[in-house]
Design a protein. Structure first.
Length: 256
């Protein structure tokens, strides 16, 4: 269970300019399980190690609606800038303490987006992804994803308690992440982002039939240790930087 200690949203670092992308993440569902750091270590890009929260590493299954994504500060890209995304992610840390996210996989239904992102080292997978409609579960939020050729699928939903806030230390540390670590051309990149505090609410799982975590190599027993919902935040991404340390010859990050 999450810690009962109430914490405060950390101040994000100043975003390096220029802004390379602006997007809204809406109706976010966060499911997290504790895992040993050794289970996360093989996914870490060179120059990073698994971050630990309350003595554990964590793997997350996260779904949200990408809305109005645009390049720079420009207008949102019609059609291609809005879609459902479901990702499997871990948490990373550099030697200087910089903390980030490592995406194992990201499923999305926009092929053009998938191809562009993969060219940039982000492990997107082209899948059929959709939010569950209000008619299916009027008080719940959830997502359904099916990879082409029957490779893997997932369907999950939660019912949030909108009268309560999730402001414990674990909930904030799992969601207050201001950058991602990825690899490109043998180098580890840190791509920073910034956003206002997630309006977080505790939630209860109403449906969970997941194959994405198993496909990524995570065998988990029991329900999630943390279940959260947020109506969303607006976020911006800034100029990437290279993390010291080069990948060994032939390195290929697991999960891509």
């Amino acid at each position: 269970m999450a810690s009962e200690t109430v914490s405060h949203w950390p101040q994000p670092p100043k975003l390096p300019r220029p802004v390379i992308m602006d997007q809204l993440w809406a109706d976010a569902v966060f499911l997290h399980w504790r895992i040993p750091p050794s289970a996360a270590a093989r996914f870490m890009p060179p120059g990073t190690v698994p971050d630990e929260i309350e003595g554990s590493s964590w793997v997350g299954l996260i779904g949200f609606r990408m809305v109005g994504a645009g390049v720079g500060r420009g207008l949102p890209v019609p059609y291609f800038g809005s879609f459902a995304e479901i990702n499997v992610r871990l948490y990373s840390r550099e030697k200087d303490g910089t903390r980030g996210v490592v995406f194992v996989t990201l499923d999305a239904s926009r092929l053009a987006v998938v191809l562009v992102a993969r060219a940039g080292g982000i492990p997107y997978v082209w899948s059929r992804c959709r939010p569950l409609s209000a008619g299916e579960r009027p008080t719940s939020y959830g997502y359904d994803v099916a990879r082409f050729r029957g490779q893997a699928s997932s369907r999950f939903a939660v019912e949030p308690d909108l009268a309560r806030k999730a402001d414990d230390a674990v909930s904030l540390e799992l969601t207050a992440r201001f950058g991602l670590h990825s690899t490109l051309g043998g180098r580890t990149l840190y791509i920073p982002n910034t956003h206002t505090p997630w309006p977080l609410h505790p939630a209860t799982v109403t449906e969970l039939d997941d194959g994405l975590l198993r496909a990524a190599g995570f065998i988990l027993d029991g329900p999630p240790d943390s279940v959260l919902f947020s109506p969303g935040v607006q976020t911006q991404f800034g100029k990437p930087r290279v993390v010291p340390g080069r990948a060994p010859s032939g390195f290929r990050r697991a999960g891509c």
